[in-house]
Design a protein around this ligand. Structure first.
Ligand code: ATP
Ligand code: MG
Length: 359
C-alpha cells in the first residue's frame, strides 16, 4: 500500500528530513510562508521533530511504500499529486481551535482515506469544554467546570468550589498549565484566570481539582474491538519539594532533564482488577461518545473516591520514538509487546480494518 505521512515539522527539522530521506519527500514548489512567531517559538511546541517523522516513515516502510508530505499551505495540491492509498496523519496544523482538523478536512474534500479521528472529533477534543459537555451529557465522569470567556466574565470563575485548576481552553503539552495554575486560595483565582486570557488569547477553563491518581491511557483500534493498552500512571512523588501534584509545564519541560530525569511514569500502572476495569470502561465510553478512531490517548484522574474521570482526550497522540523521551503512547504500546514499528503499523492496520479493506 502507498502511505503518505502527513506532518508538521519544527522549522529546524526540515533540512534534516530533506537530507535523510530525499527519495521519500514530496517537495514544495517554493519556500513556504512561515507563520509568524519566529524560529522555534511556542507556536511550534506541538510540531514534530525530524527524529519522530523519520522513525514513523521507516516503521511504515517495513510494509508499505512511504512518501513524506509536510502539511503546509499547499498541502491539498501535493497530497493529491502524491496519490496515496492512505494518509497516516500526525499533522498538528496551524493556529487556533481548528488546527488539528485542517489536514483531515482537506483529505475529506479530496476523498483520500486517513488514519485517526475525523475533523469534528479533532476539533471537539481540542476544545476541552466542548468535549467535557459531550462527556457530561452521556454521563462519562469528568471534573465540574466553568468557562471564563473574557475579562468581563471573571466572576464566573468562583462558581466551582476550590481547589480548581485553571487552564487554557485549547492547548496541549501543558502550555499555560504552570505549577501555580492549581488555585487553593480565592485571592489567587482572578490572577490565574487573567493570565490564561491574556497570554493565550482564549477562554480559561476553571475545573474542580481531581486529587487522586493520574493515568494516561493509549487506545488502539475501533469499537467494538478497541484495545485499551496498559495504563501509564503519572506519579508526583518525585517532583521537587513544595510543587503541586499536577503534570504541569514545569514537570514536562523544566524539571525533567536528561542529566536528571524525573521518575514520573509507572507502566503498566499498578492497579487492582476493579480499578483496571473502571479505567477501561471509562476509556471505552469516552471513545464511543467522542467517536474516536484508530488511536488516541486519554488522560484520566481519580477523584477522592477512586472513580476515574476523563481530564482530556488526545486523538493525535505524540509518538517520540526514543524510550528515553518518555512518550506515553509508545510506552504503553511497548508494555503491550509492540515496538515502535509494530505500533505504527497497528495504527495503519486499524484504519484499514475500519475502512473495510482486507489486510
Ligand atoms: N481537573 C483536573 N484535576 C486535577 N488535575 C488536572 C485537572 N486538569 C488538568 N490536570 C493536571 O494538569 C495536567 C495537564 O492538563 P491537560 O491534560 O488538560 O493539559 P494538556 O496540555 O492538554 O496535556 P497534554 O500534554 O496531554 O496535551 C494533567 O496531566 C493533570 O496533572
Ligand atoms: Mg493532557
Amino acid at each position: 500500500m502507498r502511505i503518505a505521512l502527513a506532518y508538521n515539522a519544527k522549522p529546524s527539522a526540515r533540512a534534516e528530513i530533506q537530507a535523510a530521506r530525499p527519495e521519500m519527500l514530496v517537495e514544495e514548489d517554493e519556500e513556504p510562508p512561515s507563520p509568524d512567531g519566529g524560529e522555534e517559538s511556542d507556536l511550534y511546541a506541538e510540531w514534530d521533530n525530524a527524529k519522530t517523522i523519520l522513525a514513523l516513515a521507516d516503521a511504515l516502510a517495513q510494509r508499505h511504500d512511504v512518501v513524506l508530505v509536510e502539511a503546509r499551505q499547499d498541502f491539498a495540491a501535493r497530497i493529491r499529486a502524491a496519490r496515496p492509498d492512505l494518509v497516516f496523519n500526525i499533522a498538528e496544523g496551524f493556529h487556533g481551535a481548528s488546527r488539528e482538523a485542517q489536514v483531515p478536512a482537506t483529505l475529506e474534500m479530496l476523498g483520500i482515506p486517513y488514519t485517526g479521528s475525523d475533523p469534528l472529533t479533532l476539533c471537539l477534543c481540542l476544545d476541552k469544554a466542548r468535549a467535557k459537555e459531550i462527556l457530561s451529557y452521556h454521563g462519562v465522569p469528568n471534573a465540574a467546570f466553568v468557562l471564563v470567556e473574557g475579562e468581563t466574565d471573571l466572576k464566573a470563575a468562583a462558581a466551582v468550589p476550590l481547589p480548581v485548576l485553571v487552564k487554557p481552553l485549547f492547548e496541549g503539552s501543558s502550555k499555560g498549565i504552570r505549577d501555580d495554575q492549581l488555585v487553593r486560595d480565592a485571592g489567587d483565582l482572578e490572577d490565574r484566570v487573567l493570565r490564561v486570557l491574556r497570554r493565550y488569547d482564549q477562554p480559561a477553563l476553571v475545573e474542580r481539582f481531581l486529587p487522586g491518581r493520574e493515568f494516561t491511557v493509549a487506545v488502539l483500534g475501533n469499537l467494538p474491538d478497541l484495545r485499551v493498552l496498559p495504563p501509564v500512571e503519572i506519579r508526583f512523588d518525585g517532583f521537587p519539594e513544595g510543587s503541586n501534584p499536577i503534570y504541569s509545564w514545569e514537570a514536562k519541560w523544566v524539571w525533567d532533564r536528561p542529566e536528571a530525569p524525573l521518575t514520573v511514569f509507572d507502566c503498566p500502572a499498578r492497579l487492582t482488577a476493579p480499578e483496571q476495569h473502571a479505567i477501561e470502561d471509562v476509556c471505552r465510553r469516552a471513545a464511543r461518545v467522542l467517536r474516536l478512531r484508530d488511536w488516541s490517548r486519554i488522560d484520566l484522574r481519580m477523584d477522592e473516591h477512586g472513580v476515574p474521570h476523563v481530564i482530556e482526550v488526545n486523538p493525535l497522540p505524540g509518538v517520540l520514538p526514543d524510550p528515553a523521551d518518555n512518550s506515553c503512547y509508545p510506552k504503553a504500546a511497548r508494555a503491550a509487546g509492540m515496538d515502535y514499528a509494530a505500533m505504527a503499523l497497528a495504527v495503519a492496520d486499524a484504519a484499514c480494518r475500519r475502512l473495510g479493506w482486507t489486510l
